[in-house]
Design a binder for this molecule. Structure first.
Ligand code: ZN
Length: 497
């Protein structure tokens, strides 16, 4: 493994800690995945890219990461405080589909978008509905500990009782007394002993679509419980990293910690990582605000707030230009700047492929240049080691890019760097861009427009009776499986049959 001192900001301790894997070289990482009842939006893009980059960097350092990201396909209700309809069942009713059809459709579209953003697939992607027996056993275990109670076929976690032994609120920094007085003013405690209690299992009304048999009658699992069941099944009772968006910190992750302590007598994860939120033109994103943008709308430009389409790699690059713990504001201006930055970075990658080392004995090594390159490389790594500071790392990569461009234009001669530094520069740049940051070249796929441009040249050559050029273009296109057709009044093309 590479010798690096990686530091991670642990939300639980509220400070940066030196990363020490529980069982190196293995790292277990669990990230809360999407609730699949709609198209993935910006709020899904950021955690996906953040934890993909964490996964990539840990792998780069030599760890063997088991990355688990779940699919929530049951139990996520529309209302807070354990009330409301199941989000997937609601959508199914609206569209007259089976709930599992809805879940499948949006799991597929989520995967499509994640592939476009060039994220690695998780090693395990468990579905909540595939883990009902595991969730029932957890409910039973928590009941056995005396930290839950059953009422009318539902089982609730007893937060007050838990708080007598452990601290509820330690992740989010909330204080139970404040939560109690805050919730007292609200109605909707329902059958719970306290409004702060949360459902582990809910009794299902007859019209409820997704339901299972349990020792407490027919019902369905609570959303928070799913993640405890799936993370402990695949990563053990105590694993390395638990991640997700900041909006999940409370109550979702707080409840996961309480559940883990209740049935496994320990915190589920050593490090808790949370990415910050995205704003749009300075405003929080929300369906009611009309600024809710899906990833597909961004990729196609089809949204009233967008001036143009932004490619998946532009979005990925944009998200990486901010530290994951900072807020990130989407605006056309910022995205256009990101598009420019991304293209500069990728042009650098293309230049790297063309550069070859040339020995010139008359040129002496330039220690100053060599030191600048080595220092930028070292700083790019230190930035990543400092809680995955991709924003700073990109800054140092731009310094390397300047050297690459100078080599390309001839301002800098490879012999000034020597073979070793020349290779180091090119290899580090390539590895950082493609393997660590996950940025790849987006080939222009506008075949029609390119062909039209070429046929225009063909037509001009024909008018000028430049038959050599005409034959040349014909031959080049034929090599690509395309035939030029000289029509009466225009030039056309077709696939060679
Ligand atoms: Zn979760």
């Amino acid at each position: 493994m590479k010798q690096h001192q990686l530091k991670i900001y642990n939300t639980l301790s509220r400070k940066k800690e030196v990363f020490e894997a529980l069982n190196p070289p293995f790292v277990g990482m669990y990230v809360c995945g999407p609730t699949v009842y709609g198209d993935a939006h910006l709020g899904h893009g950021r955690p996906a890219i953040t934890f993909d980059t964490v996964n990539r960097y840990l792998k780069h350092l030599g760890y063997r990461v088991r990355y688990v990201r779940n699919i929530t396909d049951v139990g996520h209700l529309t209302g807070d405080a354990d009330e409301g309809e199941d989000k997937i069942a609601k959508k199914a009713k609206l569209e007259q589909l089976e709930p599992m059809e809805v879940a499948q459709q949006y799991t597929d579209s989520y995967h499509r978008d994640m592939d476009l953003l060039n994220t690695y697939k998780p090693n395990i992607e468990p579905r909540a509905t595939g883990h009902i027996p595991e969730q029932i056993s957890l409910v039973q275990a928590i009941l056995n500990e005396g930290l839950a109670y059953e009422i009318n076929g539902s089982v609730y976690f007893d937060v007050l009782k838990y708080n007598e032994q452990k601290q509820y609120g330690k992740l989010s920094g909330r204080v139970l007394d404040d939560l109690m007085s805050g919730s007292r003013e609200l109605d909707g405690q329902g059958e719970k002993r306290n409004a702060v209690d949360f459902a582990l299992w809910k009794n299902a009304a007859p019209e409820h679509l997704m339901k299972w048999e349990s020792p407490w009658g027919i019902g369905f699992p609570g959303w928070h419980l799913e993640c405890t069941a799936m993370s402990s099944k695949y990563l053990g009772k105590h694993f390395d990293i638990h991640g997700g968006g900041m909006d999940l910190m409370f109550p979702h992750h707080e409840c996961e910690i309480a559940q883990g302590n209740a049935c496994n007598h320990q915190d589920p994860a050593k490090y808790w990582m949370h990415n910050n939120m995205i704003t749009i033109n300075g405003q929080k994103m929300g369906k009611s605000l009309g600024n809710f943008i899906t990833l597909q709308e961004l990729f196609t430009g089809k949204h009233k707030l967008l001036d143009q389409a932004y490619s998946p790699m532009t979005i990925r690059y944009f998200i990486l230009t901010a530290h994951y713990r900072s807020t990130l504001d989407f605006s056309n201006e910022a995205l256009r700047a990101a598009q420019k930055g991304y293209k500069k970075i990728i042009n650098g990658l293309r230049t790297c492929k063309k550069l070859v080392f040339l020995e010139d004995e008359n040129i002496v090594l330039d220690e100053n240049q060599i030191n600048q390159i080595k220092s930028s490389i070292q700083q790019a790594y230190s930035s990543m080691d400092d809680d995955f500071n991709t924003a700073q790392a990109i800054g140092h990569l731009f310094n390397l890019l300047k050297k690459i461009n100078s080599l390309h234009t001839g301002q800098l001669h490879p012999s000034q760097l020597g073979q070793e530094t020349f290779n180091l520069l090119i290899e580090t740049y390539r590895v950082f861009i493609t393997e660590i940051l996950g940025l790849e070249e987006e080939k222009t796929n506008n075949q029609e427009a390119l062909l039209e441009a070429l046929l225009q040249v063909y037509s001009e050559a024909k008018t000028a009776r430049n038959y050599n050029k005409v034959d040349e273009i014909r031959a080049a296109l034929k090599g690509l499986g395309i035939v030029v057709k000289d029509m009466k009044d225009k030039i056309d093309w077709a696939y060679e049959e």
